[in-house]
Ligand binder design. Structure first.
Ligand SMILES: [Fe+2]
Length: 310
């Protein structure tokens, strides 16, 4: 498949209550690689196998949650076109100058009707994954430090107006709907899983009365064994675990949900199938069967999944 337009998730900026406690958690327990700190006091991380300078940025604040989630687009011309397309659709956009985030080019920022701030950007400095590009080994020591995910994979965001968000992602940004959960009356979508690639999701949204909430940022593991190892490391470090290890019915992904020390949920995730964008029939879950969609073996609609967000 040709990859054009919006390529993939690029970075998330998340608020934490205690910066140094969070740095220790993300660096030594989740096993991200710290790549820089800026004048605003933000700390930048990437996963060990990511090549760009950063994918997960934290800043200290008096409440947890997400500041923004960003997608990398193909090039500057694509960034300009998508900016114009968003404006033509009726959304207000803002240009954040290059360098406002470390090693990151100009960003186009806009707010969704769900209250979430999204960004698009075309350029971020590639610093590599620590392996040579000629005759590389399969991994570095950083994969073995903490949980050690390979990349930031997706986010699930909670907010109102999911139907409008769905239209923006599919009609303007070129995403397609992979799966959905219906509302109890079957009339609308309670949650949507959207892809801009042939990943089973690059972002997901669930209908929720409060604007701009973070359900989780998800980090990709290489195998089910690595997800189980992540569970071991969570227990060794007394991490608050929400759900799992288990398998989702939605996406078929294998998962653990847990919380960082500030109460931001994160996921260690692997698997899922690989849809193509010409899949015109999204998979649909009825609300009464969403217990299987969330936790296939236990068939359980965990209360925390529906109600706990940051
Ligand atoms: Fe997820």
């Amino acid at each position: 498949m040709a990859m054009t337009g919006v390529l993939r998730p690029g970075h998330a900026q998340v608020r934490v209550l205690n910066l140094e406690e969070a740095v220790q958690f993300y660096r030594d327990v989740l096993g991200l690689v710290e790549t820089g700190r800026d004048a605003q006091g933000r700390v930048y991380f990437k996963c060990w196998d990511e090549r760009d300078h950063n994918s997960y940025v934290i800043r200290e604040a008096d409440r947890a949650g997400i500041d923004f989630f960003a997608f990398k687009v193909l090039d500057k011309a694509t960034l300009d076109k998508l900016d114009a397309d968003l404006q033509a659709y009726g959304l207000k956009t803002e240009r954040i100058p290059a360098g406002e985030m470390l090693e990151t080019g100009e960003r186009v920022r806009f707010e969704l009707p769900s209250g979430h701030v999204m960004e698009l950007y075309a350029e971020k400095t590639a610093i590599g994954n620590g392996l040579p590009i000629v005759n590389p080994g399969p991994w570095t020591w950083q994969r073995e430090h903490g949980i050690g995910p390979v990349r930031l994979d997706h986010a699930l965001l909670y907010g109102p107006n999911v139907a409008e968000v769905h239209k923006i992602f599919t009609e303007v940004l070129g995403f397609y709907l992979v799966e959905r959960v219906l509302t109890p009356d079957g009339e609308n979508n309670a949650a949507i899983w959207l892809s801009c690639s042939h990943k089973v999701h690059d972002i997901a949204f669930a209908e929720y009365p409060e604007k701009g909430k973070l359900h989780h940022c998800s980090f990709m593991m290489e195998s089910w064994e690595q997800v189980l190892r992540a569970g071991d490391i969570m227990s060794m470090n007394k991490v608050a675990v929400d759900i799992g290890p288990t398998r989702h019915g939605v996406t078929r992904g294998c998962t653990i949900y847990a919380w960082d020390p500030s109460g931001n949920r994160f996921e260690t995730f692997m698997g899922g199938y690989q849809p193509y964008p010409d899949n015109t029939e999204p998979l649909t879950w009825t609300f009464d069967n969403f217990g299987q969609g969330l936790d296939y073996p236990q068939r359980k609609l965990h209360e925390t999944f529906l109600t706990v967000v940051s």
